[in-house]
Write a protein that binds this ligand. Sequence first.
Ligand code: SAM
Length: 243
Amino acid sequence: MTLLRDAELAAAFDHAAHSYDTLVAANPGYHAHLRRSARRLGLPASGAGLRVLDLGCGTGASTAALRSVLPAAGITAVDASPGMLARARAKAWDDRVDFVCAPAESLAEAGVRGPFDAVFAAYLFRNVADPDAVLASVHGMLAPHGRLAVHEYALSGRRAHRAVWSAVCRGVVLPVATAFGDGDLYRHLWHSVVAFDTADAFAQRVRRAGFDRVRALPLPGWQTGITHTVVARRAAAPAGSGR
Ligand SMILES: C[S@@+](CC[C@H](N)C(=O)[O-])C[C@H]1O[C@@H](n2cnc3c(N)ncnc32)[C@H](O)[C@@H]1O
């Protein structure tokens, strides 16, 4: 199957926006796991005075997880799909949350500028055409020692976990999504996970992008071996580099 990318993917998310929250509410652990990944950023409690970027915020589930873990942080939440972002914006937020409609590939053009103390990206990287380019851009927007947490369907590499993923997609996700008229997007979900890096391979990719303290951490429940948080830190700037 050809995966959806860029404008085609944004249009598919626009269409799926109306049912997205209903579908994720039926996924056990979805919101709790996002909060766990947000805690894994390891930022000081409350997040007062910190700037956090939520890349691929969708309808705001990841933004809500960040807000619950870091109640005083400033959050910039970005998504390429106007439909998903409209759902996010319609929710109740405090005035330290900003939403921006932009692709992760052109943040500066949309006025999104660092330095950020942390970048959180939940279920984004598998969707972008060039994950190395987006990682390089994220690295450049982080303050020295800034944190990255990538929460993603990134498989363990074990055949059993890939079989569970395909069984869940074939038996549960696709029938429900097809009934909502979003079969193409959720077929993309299924195949994009199979085609994407394993958690360890993605951790290697993050290391190659110049991050240190990179770890791939598991999540529990049916997502064991399927969903991981890859955490990392932007290394300190070399002396004399001006950052
Ligand atoms: C599966 S949703 C996850 C939303 C949210 N982070 C969550 O945890 O529920 C992925 C989101 O990434 C967005 N997305 C995909 N590719 C993107 C890109 N290149 N730039 C910005 N957003 C993108 C989609 O529009 C979609 O809203």
